[in-house]
Ligand binder design. Sequence first.
Ligand code: SAM
Length: 280
Amino acid sequence: MSAALPSLAETIQKHGLAARKALGQHFLLDATLCGRIASIAAPLEGRQVLEIGPGPGGLTRALLASPAEHVTAVELDRRALGALEELSAAYPGKLTIVEGDALRIDAETLLPAPRRIVANLPYNVGTPLLIGWLHQAALFESMTLMFQQEVAERIVAAPDTEHYGRLAVLSQWRCQCRMMLRLPPGAFSPPPKVWSAVVHLVPHAEDPDPALMKSLEKVTAAAFGQRRKMLRSSLKTLGNAEAILKDADIDGTRRAETLSVAEFERLAVNELKKAGGPAP
Ligand code: SAM
Protein backbone atom coordinates (compact mmCIF):
# COMPACT_ATOMS: atom_id res chain seq x y z
CA MET A 1 0.00 0.00 0.00
CA SER A 2 1.53 3.31 -1.08
CA ALA A 3 -0.21 5.93 1.06
CA ALA A 4 -2.34 5.90 4.21
CA LEU A 5 -6.00 5.68 3.26
CA PRO A 6 -8.65 7.90 4.84
CA SER A 7 -11.08 6.20 7.23
CA LEU A 8 -14.20 4.72 5.62
CA ALA A 9 -16.33 7.35 7.34
CA GLU A 10 -14.16 10.05 5.73
CA THR A 11 -14.39 8.30 2.37
CA ILE A 12 -18.19 8.18 2.59
CA GLN A 13 -18.34 11.87 3.50
CA LYS A 14 -15.84 12.96 0.86
CA HIS A 15 -17.59 11.11 -1.98
CA GLY A 16 -21.13 11.88 -0.83
CA LEU A 17 -22.03 8.21 -0.40
CA ALA A 18 -25.21 8.65 1.62
CA ALA A 19 -26.71 5.15 1.57
CA ARG A 20 -29.46 4.51 -1.00
CA LYS A 21 -32.14 2.02 -0.03
CA ALA A 22 -32.96 1.12 -3.62
CA LEU A 23 -29.39 -0.16 -4.04
CA GLY A 24 -29.52 -2.22 -0.84
CA GLN A 25 -26.74 -0.11 0.64
CA HIS A 26 -25.76 -1.12 4.17
CA PHE A 27 -22.08 -0.49 4.60
CA LEU A 28 -19.65 -2.41 6.80
CA LEU A 29 -17.29 0.07 8.38
CA ASP A 30 -15.56 -2.23 10.89
CA ALA A 31 -12.17 -3.27 9.46
CA THR A 32 -11.93 -6.26 11.82
CA LEU A 33 -15.25 -7.63 10.59
CA CYS A 34 -14.26 -7.07 6.96
CA GLY A 35 -11.01 -8.92 7.66
CA ARG A 36 -12.94 -11.83 9.19
CA ILE A 37 -15.11 -12.14 6.09
CA ALA A 38 -12.05 -12.07 3.83
CA SER A 39 -10.41 -14.74 5.96
CA ILE A 40 -13.44 -17.05 5.57
CA ALA A 41 -12.56 -17.12 1.87
CA ALA A 42 -8.97 -18.21 2.56
CA PRO A 43 -6.71 -19.35 1.09
CA LEU A 44 -6.59 -16.42 -1.32
CA GLU A 45 -2.95 -16.80 -2.43
CA GLY A 46 -2.84 -16.70 -6.22
CA ARG A 47 -6.64 -16.36 -6.43
CA GLN A 48 -8.71 -13.94 -8.49
CA VAL A 49 -11.41 -12.46 -6.30
CA LEU A 50 -14.72 -11.19 -7.65
CA GLU A 51 -16.39 -8.72 -5.30
CA ILE A 52 -19.95 -7.58 -5.98
CA GLY A 53 -21.03 -4.19 -4.69
CA PRO A 54 -17.84 -2.81 -3.11
CA GLY A 55 -19.58 0.48 -2.24
CA PRO A 56 -17.15 2.68 -0.28
CA GLY A 57 -14.73 -0.27 -0.18
CA GLY A 58 -14.59 -1.63 3.39
CA LEU A 59 -14.52 -5.29 2.37
CA THR A 60 -12.47 -4.34 -0.70
CA ARG A 61 -9.74 -2.98 1.58
CA ALA A 62 -9.61 -6.31 3.43
CA LEU A 63 -9.42 -8.22 0.15
CA LEU A 64 -6.68 -5.94 -1.18
CA ALA A 65 -4.71 -6.42 2.04
CA SER A 66 -5.10 -10.22 1.69
CA PRO A 67 -2.72 -12.41 -0.30
CA ALA A 68 -5.23 -12.51 -3.22
CA GLU A 69 -3.60 -12.13 -6.63
CA HIS A 70 -6.19 -9.64 -7.91
CA VAL A 71 -9.60 -8.21 -7.03
CA THR A 72 -12.28 -7.37 -9.60
CA ALA A 73 -15.06 -5.27 -8.07
CA VAL A 74 -18.41 -4.72 -9.81
CA GLU A 75 -20.40 -1.71 -8.59
CA LEU A 76 -23.64 -0.28 -9.92
CA ASP A 77 -23.46 3.02 -8.03
CA ARG A 78 -21.34 5.52 -9.98
CA ARG A 79 -20.92 7.63 -6.85
CA ALA A 80 -18.64 4.94 -5.38
CA LEU A 81 -16.20 4.94 -8.29
CA GLY A 82 -14.07 7.82 -6.98
CA ALA A 83 -13.59 6.12 -3.61
CA LEU A 84 -12.64 2.89 -5.38
CA GLU A 85 -10.15 4.72 -7.62
CA GLU A 86 -8.38 5.87 -4.46
CA LEU A 87 -8.11 2.24 -3.35
CA SER A 88 -6.82 1.24 -6.74
CA ALA A 89 -4.10 3.89 -6.48
CA ALA A 90 -3.13 2.60 -3.04
CA TYR A 91 -2.75 -0.96 -4.38
CA PRO A 92 -1.34 -0.43 -7.89
CA GLY A 93 -2.37 -3.16 -10.36
CA LYS A 94 -4.33 -5.17 -7.78
CA LEU A 95 -7.86 -3.80 -8.27
CA THR A 96 -10.02 -3.70 -11.39
CA ILE A 97 -13.18 -1.61 -10.99
CA VAL A 98 -16.13 -2.48 -13.19
CA GLU A 99 -19.06 -0.10 -13.28
CA GLY A 100 -22.20 -2.08 -13.98
CA ASP A 101 -24.95 -4.43 -12.93
CA ALA A 102 -23.70 -7.68 -11.38
CA LEU A 103 -26.76 -9.46 -12.81
CA ARG A 104 -25.40 -8.80 -16.30
CA ILE A 105 -21.72 -9.64 -15.98
CA ASP A 106 -20.06 -12.70 -17.45
CA ALA A 107 -17.65 -13.86 -14.74
CA GLU A 108 -15.87 -16.26 -17.07
CA THR A 109 -14.69 -13.49 -19.38
CA LEU A 110 -14.33 -10.85 -16.67
CA LEU A 111 -11.62 -12.58 -14.68
CA PRO A 112 -9.42 -15.64 -15.12
CA ALA A 113 -9.43 -18.76 -12.93
CA PRO A 114 -8.93 -19.62 -10.12
CA ARG A 115 -11.89 -17.48 -9.09
CA ARG A 116 -13.44 -16.88 -5.67
CA ILE A 117 -16.42 -14.63 -5.01
CA VAL A 118 -16.45 -12.60 -1.80
CA ALA A 119 -19.30 -10.16 -1.33
CA ASN A 120 -21.62 -8.37 1.05
CA LEU A 121 -24.48 -8.67 -1.41
CA PRO A 122 -27.17 -6.08 -2.06
CA TYR A 123 -30.13 -7.87 -0.46
CA ASN A 124 -32.60 -7.03 -3.20
CA VAL A 125 -30.64 -9.04 -5.80
CA GLY A 126 -28.81 -11.55 -3.57
CA THR A 127 -30.97 -14.58 -4.43
CA PRO A 128 -31.05 -14.05 -8.23
CA LEU A 129 -27.27 -13.52 -8.19
CA LEU A 130 -26.77 -16.79 -6.30
CA ILE A 131 -29.09 -18.76 -8.61
CA GLY A 132 -27.18 -17.40 -11.63
CA TRP A 133 -23.84 -18.49 -10.13
CA LEU A 134 -25.24 -21.94 -9.27
CA HIS A 135 -25.84 -22.47 -12.99
CA GLN A 136 -22.11 -22.13 -13.59
CA ALA A 137 -20.79 -22.92 -10.12
CA ALA A 138 -17.75 -24.81 -11.41
CA LEU A 139 -16.33 -21.46 -12.55
CA PHE A 140 -15.66 -20.69 -8.90
CA GLU A 141 -13.54 -22.35 -6.23
CA SER A 142 -15.75 -20.83 -3.56
CA MET A 143 -18.35 -18.14 -2.86
CA THR A 144 -18.31 -16.31 0.46
CA LEU A 145 -21.54 -14.35 0.52
CA MET A 146 -23.39 -12.15 2.97
CA PHE A 147 -27.19 -12.28 2.80
CA GLN A 148 -30.09 -11.38 5.03
CA GLN A 149 -29.94 -14.07 7.71
CA GLU A 150 -33.27 -15.55 6.63
CA VAL A 151 -31.92 -16.14 3.10
CA ALA A 152 -28.70 -17.61 4.50
CA GLU A 153 -30.81 -20.02 6.63
CA ARG A 154 -32.70 -21.06 3.51
CA ILE A 155 -29.43 -21.89 1.73
CA VAL A 156 -28.03 -24.18 4.45
CA ALA A 157 -31.32 -25.69 5.74
CA ALA A 158 -31.66 -29.46 6.21
CA PRO A 159 -34.78 -31.45 5.17
CA ASP A 160 -37.70 -31.39 7.59
CA THR A 161 -36.74 -27.99 8.98
CA GLU A 162 -38.55 -24.68 8.75
CA HIS A 163 -36.29 -23.05 6.15
CA TYR A 164 -35.81 -26.07 3.87
CA GLY A 165 -37.06 -25.37 0.37
CA ARG A 166 -36.09 -24.75 -3.21
CA LEU A 167 -33.05 -22.57 -2.43
CA ALA A 168 -31.57 -25.24 -0.11
CA VAL A 169 -32.02 -27.98 -2.71
CA LEU A 170 -30.54 -25.98 -5.60
CA SER A 171 -27.65 -24.63 -3.51
CA GLN A 172 -26.77 -27.92 -1.83
CA TRP A 173 -27.08 -29.88 -5.07
CA ARG A 174 -24.28 -27.78 -6.56
CA CYS A 175 -22.27 -26.76 -3.49
CA GLN A 176 -21.24 -27.66 0.00
CA CYS A 177 -22.86 -24.83 1.99
CA ARG A 178 -21.85 -23.67 5.47
CA MET A 179 -23.16 -20.94 7.73
CA MET A 180 -20.08 -19.03 8.91
CA LEU A 181 -21.03 -15.80 10.68
CA ARG A 182 -24.14 -13.95 11.87
CA LEU A 183 -24.09 -10.17 12.19
CA PRO A 184 -26.55 -7.92 14.03
CA PRO A 185 -28.09 -4.90 12.27
CA GLY A 186 -25.80 -2.59 14.27
CA ALA A 187 -22.74 -3.92 12.40
CA PHE A 188 -23.85 -1.91 9.35
CA SER A 189 -24.33 1.72 8.48
CA PRO A 190 -27.19 2.36 8.13
CA PRO A 191 -28.46 -0.69 10.06
CA PRO A 192 -30.85 -2.95 8.13
CA LYS A 193 -34.06 -4.13 9.79
CA VAL A 194 -32.87 -7.73 10.12
CA TRP A 195 -29.76 -9.74 10.99
CA SER A 196 -27.30 -10.74 8.28
CA ALA A 197 -25.22 -13.87 7.81
CA VAL A 198 -22.26 -15.06 5.79
CA VAL A 199 -22.51 -18.38 3.95
CA HIS A 200 -19.47 -20.11 2.45
CA LEU A 201 -20.26 -22.24 -0.60
CA VAL A 202 -17.78 -24.63 -2.19
CA PRO A 203 -19.03 -25.86 -5.58
CA HIS A 204 -18.75 -29.51 -6.53
CA ALA A 205 -16.43 -30.11 -9.48
CA GLU A 206 -17.90 -29.87 -12.98
CA ASP A 207 -21.23 -28.34 -13.84
CA PRO A 208 -23.97 -30.87 -14.70
CA ASP A 209 -25.95 -30.91 -17.93
CA PRO A 210 -27.80 -27.54 -17.94
CA ALA A 211 -31.00 -29.42 -18.84
CA LEU A 212 -30.76 -31.36 -15.57
CA MET A 213 -30.40 -28.15 -13.55
CA LYS A 214 -33.47 -26.76 -15.37
CA SER A 215 -35.35 -29.95 -14.58
CA LEU A 216 -34.38 -29.67 -10.90
CA GLU A 217 -35.60 -26.06 -10.88
CA LYS A 218 -38.89 -27.18 -12.42
CA VAL A 219 -39.41 -30.09 -10.02
CA THR A 220 -38.56 -28.04 -6.91
CA ALA A 221 -40.79 -25.16 -8.06
CA ALA A 222 -43.72 -27.57 -8.42
CA ALA A 223 -43.02 -29.45 -5.18
CA PHE A 224 -42.44 -26.42 -2.96
CA GLY A 225 -45.03 -24.29 -4.75
CA GLN A 226 -47.56 -26.34 -2.81
CA ARG A 227 -45.41 -27.55 0.04
CA ARG A 228 -48.31 -28.64 2.28
CA LYS A 229 -49.62 -31.04 -0.37
CA MET A 230 -48.55 -34.60 -1.04
CA LEU A 231 -46.08 -34.90 -3.92
CA ARG A 232 -48.47 -36.95 -6.05
CA SER A 233 -50.70 -33.89 -6.02
CA SER A 234 -48.17 -31.01 -6.10
CA LEU A 235 -46.22 -32.59 -8.98
CA LYS A 236 -49.35 -32.92 -11.12
CA THR A 237 -48.40 -29.71 -12.95
CA LEU A 238 -45.46 -31.63 -14.46
CA GLY A 239 -47.82 -34.20 -16.01
CA ASN A 240 -47.06 -37.85 -15.29
CA ALA A 241 -46.47 -37.26 -11.56
CA GLU A 242 -47.21 -40.85 -10.53
CA ALA A 243 -44.74 -42.28 -13.05
CA ILE A 244 -41.96 -39.86 -12.15
CA LEU A 245 -42.36 -40.63 -8.45
CA LYS A 246 -42.50 -44.39 -9.04
CA ASP A 247 -39.36 -44.40 -11.19
CA ALA A 248 -37.57 -42.36 -8.53
CA ASP A 249 -38.79 -44.83 -5.89
CA ILE A 250 -40.43 -42.05 -3.86
CA ASP A 251 -43.73 -42.49 -2.05
CA GLY A 252 -46.25 -40.02 -3.53
CA THR A 253 -47.86 -39.40 -0.15
CA ARG A 254 -44.70 -37.66 1.11
CA ARG A 255 -44.43 -33.87 1.16
CA ALA A 256 -41.67 -31.80 -0.48
CA GLU A 257 -39.93 -30.78 2.73
CA THR A 258 -39.21 -34.42 3.67
CA LEU A 259 -37.18 -35.18 0.54
CA SER A 260 -33.38 -35.14 0.59
CA VAL A 261 -31.38 -33.35 -2.11
CA ALA A 262 -30.46 -36.76 -3.58
CA GLU A 263 -34.17 -37.66 -3.83
CA PHE A 264 -34.92 -34.40 -5.62
CA GLU A 265 -32.09 -35.20 -8.01
CA ARG A 266 -33.71 -38.58 -8.79
CA LEU A 267 -37.01 -36.81 -9.49
CA ALA A 268 -35.24 -34.32 -11.78
CA VAL A 269 -33.50 -37.12 -13.70
CA ASN A 270 -36.82 -38.88 -14.26
CA GLU A 271 -38.67 -35.71 -15.16
CA LEU A 272 -36.00 -35.00 -17.77
CA LYS A 273 -36.30 -38.52 -19.19
CA LYS A 274 -40.09 -38.22 -19.43
CA ALA A 275 -39.69 -34.83 -21.10
CA GLY A 276 -37.55 -36.58 -23.72
CA GLY A 277 -34.28 -34.92 -22.72
CA PRO A 278 -30.89 -36.62 -22.72
CA ALA A 279 -30.32 -39.14 -19.92
CA PRO A 280 -27.65 -37.53 -17.71
N1 SAM B 1 -19.36 -4.02 0.09
C1 SAM B 1 -19.83 -2.85 0.79
C2 SAM B 1 -19.75 -3.07 2.26
O1 SAM B 1 -19.66 -4.24 2.66
O2 SAM B 1 -19.79 -2.11 3.01
C3 SAM B 1 -21.26 -2.50 0.36
C4 SAM B 1 -22.28 -3.58 0.52
S1 SAM B 1 -23.94 -3.05 0.24
C5 SAM B 1 -24.81 -4.28 1.17
C6 SAM B 1 -24.31 -3.56 -1.42
C7 SAM B 1 -23.55 -2.85 -2.53
O3 SAM B 1 -23.97 -3.39 -3.78
C8 SAM B 1 -23.79 -1.36 -2.63
O4 SAM B 1 -22.56 -0.71 -2.79
C9 SAM B 1 -24.67 -1.19 -3.90
O5 SAM B 1 -24.47 0.04 -4.55
C10 SAM B 1 -24.19 -2.35 -4.72
N2 SAM B 1 -25.18 -2.84 -5.72
C11 SAM B 1 -26.53 -2.84 -5.62
N3 SAM B 1 -27.08 -3.45 -6.70
C12 SAM B 1 -26.04 -3.84 -7.48
C13 SAM B 1 -25.96 -4.53 -8.73
N4 SAM B 1 -27.07 -4.94 -9.37
N5 SAM B 1 -24.73 -4.74 -9.26
C14 SAM B 1 -23.61 -4.35 -8.61
N6 SAM B 1 -23.63 -3.71 -7.42
C15 SAM B 1 -24.82 -3.46 -6.86
